[in-house]
Design a protein around this ligand. Structure first.
Ligand code: 6PG
Length: 471
């Protein structure tokens, strides 16, 4: 019988770094990768004293593990994960623990969970965030699955996670696919925060004609205030990076078409299915899609008129307004993400504790931010909080900054600088805080052409009008 504490399958950079992280916490690790050359390269790059042992076929890999076996899959989500699980299942025994640490779609995790549990295995769907460095030094770990399965790996997982202001950023967040669902929403939020930051950069760069260093200084100042977060911090660093080929700031040499692997899209698809208004997250996904139409955009720039992209505000005034805008856009986006989790938790019986989700996001992950501390407190005080901005201190922040938010979005529109994330955030909150919307007319239109009926405001019951007869 083997003696290794855990096995990691998949030695792309995330798998390698997680294996190293686990070993550094005092555990012994077996590793296996489908292509043998990669396993050899990894093992040869490490010192012999490391408690890492390689296997070159899956049977030998499983044989290296102590019982109950603990296997962490770090492979591409989708078909590759299914193929691997199919190969593994006959080799595992009841009581073994199978963990998927990839960005799996929650419906795949539900299916795999059910199949594994039928065989008496424990299946954990684990969202891991923090990129390459996080995997090595301490990621945020969002786990979904059974409590008994989690309990057996909790000491290991909790030891390798980042440590935030409220402890290890690893937790069992709910049953079945809850961990992967939370990670998907994490990524949806990530998309929208990144888009809002790109818009702030565009407004400073084109709208205020600021240099990369000047913009870096601004992001640096913001990172010392309420906006302190990983994404603001890396934006400052990116803007300071010079092109080694000597052209100036490297960022200006990067082709402006955004790629995506799909988690933001999944997040929006699920929002549509649930009927939850994650509008700014969807706006960020569409902004990436539109950015990829480079040739069309270049042609359209010659054909479709617009104003000179210069903001009609003094620079100091504009930068203050931009801070307010980014702060409120960030809060709106986190609020939409948490609201989607609230709705998904109801719909999918995850029983999520949103203060715990906020706690796990406080360190290690890509959306870590100082603001998550008061967010966690707000959900601890009021677990069924419908929307983040309704709670303090966020309500007061909205009330304080909303006028500047409006001026900046208006100014951006006036200058023809696109701000889809910012503008959708403002539109969302304005819609949310409007007691009477024009949806009365919409209901009338539906009833006009489709006899879809409507309700009156002055009595109960369903109404229909024969609108064609109205003169
Ligand atoms: C993380 C990241 C990570 C990855 C995403 C985003 O939390 O560490 O979210 O999972 O960067 O896959 O990828 P795309 O931007 O390519 O969709």
């Amino acid at each position: 019988m083997g003696s290794m504490d855990i096995g990691v399958i998949g030695l792309a950079v995330m798998g390698q770094n997680l294996a190293l992280n686990i070993e550094s916490r005092g555990y012994t690790v077996a590793v296996y990768n489908r292509t043998e050359a990669r396993t050899r390269a990894f093992i040869e790059s490490q010192s012999k004293s490391k408690a890492i042992e390689a296997a070159y076929d899956i049977e030998s890999f499983v044989a290296l593990l102590s019982r109950p076996r603990k296997v962490l899959l770090m492979v591409k989500s989708g078909a590759a994960t299914d193929a691997l699980i199919e190969a593994l299942l006959p080799l595992l025994e009841p009581g073994d623990i199978l963990m998927d640490g990839g960005n799996a779609h929650y419906s795949d995790t539900d299916r795999r969970y059910a199949a594994a549990e039928r065989l008496g295995l424990h299946y954990l769907g684990i969202g891991i965030s923090g990129g390459e460095t996080g995997a090595l030094l301490g990621p945020a770990i969002m786990v979904g699955g059974s409590l008994s399965g989690y309990e057996q790996v909790a000491p290991l997982l909790e030891s390798l996670a980042a440590v935030g202001p409220h402890g290890s950023c690893c937790a069992l967040l709910g049953p079945r696919s809850a961990g992967h669902y939370v990670k998907m929403i994490h990524n949806g939020i990530e998309y929208a925060l990144m888009q809002a930051l790109c818009e702030a950069y565009d407004l400073m760069h084109r709208g205020l004609e600021m240099s990369a260093d000047e913009m870096a200084d601004v992001f640096g100042r913001w990172n010392d205030a309420e906006l302190e977060s990983y994404l603001v911090a890396i934006t400052e660093k990116i803007l300071r990076q010079q092109d080694p080929e000597g052209t100036g700031p490297l960022v200006e040499m990067i082709l402006d078409t955004a790629a995506q692997k799909g988690t933001g899209k999944w997040s929006s698809q699920s929002a549509l299915d649930l009927g939850t208004p994650s509008a700014s997250i969807a706006a960020a996904v569409f902004a990436r899609i539109t950015s990829s139409l480079k040739a069309e955009r270049s042609a359209a720039e010659m054909l479709l008129a617009g104003p000179h992209p210069r903001l009609s505000m003094r620079r100091d005034e504009a930068l203050d307004a931009l801070f307010s805008t980014l702060l409120l856009a960030f809060l709106t986006v986190y609020g939409q993400g948490f609201r989607q989790l609230q709705d998904a938790s109801q719909d999918r019986a995850y029983a999520l504790d949103l203060s715990e989700v906020a706690r796990v996001w406080m360190a290690g992950c890509i959306i870590r931010a100082r603001l998550l501390v008061p967010m966690g407190k707000a959900f601890a005080r009021q677990p069924d909080l419908a929307y983040l901005l309704l709670a303090e201190p966020f309500q007061s922040l909205w009330n304080k900054h909303q006028a500047s938010f409006r001026s900046m979005v208006a100014c951006a529109h006036e200058a023809g600088i696109p701000v889809p994330a910012m503008s959708s955030a403002l539109n969302f909150v304005d819609t949310y805080r409007t007691a009477r919307l024009p949806a009365n007319l919409l209901q009338a239109q539906r009833d006009y052409f489709g006899a879809h009926t409507y309700q009156r405001i002055d009595r109960d019951g369903i109404e229909h009008t024969n609108w064609e007869q109205v003169r």
